[in-house]
Ligand binder design. Structure first.
Ligand code: SAM
Ligand code: SF4
Length: 456
């Protein structure tokens, strides 16, 4: 892929982890709305239950971090937080049809593995007794390897965890120092060997490119080292620089961020190395072994996406989020909890719910979301098929998303996209600018109030 072409499309835009993006969430959505939608979710696409548990605590803050984090709490506070999580699970599950299969539990953060596994077990016991986990349920945790003891892996496996996502970010000690991050406590080979001993199937690695101190050569070395442990999935996140939201990121400007050209070159070396080593590229930043469910789902145009990343329709259902700042992603809307830990605990202790903002989708939004998701995940749209799913004409569908052949011409001319009478298909390099292509189908974009990171 010609870097000049990529540069042409490098402009601010949403990451589309939700549609509409979280910048559209507003405070008109409250606990009452969430309660009603939870009840409604038992009848509208009830297939699977997915659960997200947010642990917002970190022992040390990485300057690049764009996640919702708080400083590590003392014992009493942690206990209150875990009790609130359990209370919230009980309040929501009382409204849910718990005979629906539980197919996914995802622990994210913050750093869920920074808290003692005993706390995790307390919550897992409640979840596994309240819901009906399917035999193939995916139970995953985002871990910072700087705090991951080998014995923790045994304990997590005993609780049912079968997938760990290890945040490597970069192997280079100098880069880690510049971003205020500790290296892995144990060599990664030992961590992965311990996971395999415990029959954990899924090894995910997270890397980030675009950090101070990184060069295309250094990042190539990082990817090579990552390949040595042969992860099932690997993500190369493009560093999202949003200092107007995350002021700590300004510190990275002092150390000197790579230029846009260098960043693109990092993307390119990673893409080439990973695809040459047999990995399937998924979306713009995910890679998976060809036998991995994600790669198979992509092949079958059956890939899905939520705030936690790419997933398959088989395992993912509506997502019920628990914990401070967590977002529930239901068929009819998004519901986000209090960000402040004390406010969250207080609200939960009052009535079991802590929703403070969100977005409820209109029937038109739901159709637009389908279009954006299909582009972002599968790079494929069949207009008459989608139109018939919503019982509208192809013409109506196209006008709902502001379809305009002229807008797509540059992508066609650059060999990124193929447009036929009834369908649209991203060509191999099209996934590198998939956010831009999705933006062409997003009529709400003009009303965006927030600022976004750059697309490449
Ligand atoms: C909640 S964090 C991971 C869990 C754990 N706390 C850790 O640091 O390993 C999820 C992932 O988001 C990615 N991430 C965080 N901030 C980012 C940013 N500003 N731009 C791009 N990716 C980011 C990192 O790769 C990180 O592994
Ligand atoms: S990257 Fe992970 S460990 Fe670092 S501050 Fe963010 S959530 Fe915490």
């Amino acid at each position: 892929m010609n870097t000049d072409v990529l540069q042409k499309y490098n402009k601010p835009g949403p990451r589309y982890t939700s549609y509409p993006p979280a910048t559209f969430f507003h405070e008109g959505v409250n606990t009452e709305n969430y309660r009603n939608m939870v009840v409604h979710s038992n009848h509208d696409h009830p297939e699977n239950i997915s659960i997200y548990i947010h642990i917002p605590f970190c022992k040390k803050f990485c300057f690049f971090c764009g996640c919702n984090t708080s400083s590590y709490p003392h014992h009493e506070m942690l206990e209150k937080y875990i009790d609130a999580l359990i209370r919230e699970i009980k309040a929501v599950s009382a409204l849910l049809d718990t005979s629906r299969p539980l197919t996914q539990i995802h622990w994210g953060g913050g750093t869920p593995n920074a808290i003692d596994p005993g706390w995790v077990k307390k919550v897992m016991d409640v979840l596994l007794h309240t819901f009906r986990p399917s035999p193939k349920a995916e139970i995953a945790m985002e871990c910072n390897p700087a705090y991951l003891e080998l014995e923790d892996i045994d304990q997590l496996a005993a609780m049912g965890f079968n997938r760990l996502s290890l945040g490597i970010q970069d192997y280079d000690q100098h880069v880690l120092q510049l971003v205020n991050r500790e290296p892995s406590l144990h060599p990664l080979e030992k961590v992965v060997a311990r996971m395999k001993q415990n029959n954990m199937e899924g090894v995910n690695l997270d890397l980030i490119y675009g950090l101070p101190g990184q060069t295309p050569e250094s990042f190539q070395n990082t990817v090579k080292q990552a390949l040595e442990i042969s992860p099932d999935r690997l993500v190369t996140f493009s560093y999202a620089h949003v200092p107007w939201v995350k002021s700590a990121q300004k510190k990275l400007e002092e150390s000197g961020l790579p230029t846009a050209e260098e960043k693109l070159a990092m993307f390119e070396v990673a893409y080439n190395l990973l695809t040459q080593n047999g990995y399937t590229a998924i979306g713009m930043d995910h890679y998976a072994k060809p036998k991995d469910e994600l790669a198979i789902a992509l092949k079958n145009n059956n890939l899905h996406r939520n705030f936690q990343g790419y997933c398959t329709r088989e395992t993912t259902g509506q997502v019920y989020g628990f914990g401070a700042t967590s977002i529930s992603q239901l068929q009819g809307g998004y519901y986000q909890n209090h960000k402040d830990i004390n406010d969250y605990i207080e609200a939960i202790n009052q009535n079991g719910f802590a929703t403070v903002r969100g977005y409820e989708l209109s029937p038109k939004d739901i159709i637009r979301r389908t279009i954006i998701n299909e582009i972002m995940c599968n790079g494929y749209l069949n207009f008459p098929q989608i139109a018939s799913r919503y019982q509208i004409s192809t013409h109506e569908l196209k006008s709902l998303v502001g379809f305009n052949e002229e807008k797509l011409k540059p992508y066609i001319d650059d060999g990124l996209l193929q447009l036929k009478e009834d369908s649209l298909e991203l060509l191999e390099n099209g996934f590198l600018v998939v956010r831009n292509i999705a933006m062409e189908f997003d009529p709400l974009l003009e009303q965006s109030k927030g600022q976004y990171s750059r697309t490449v």
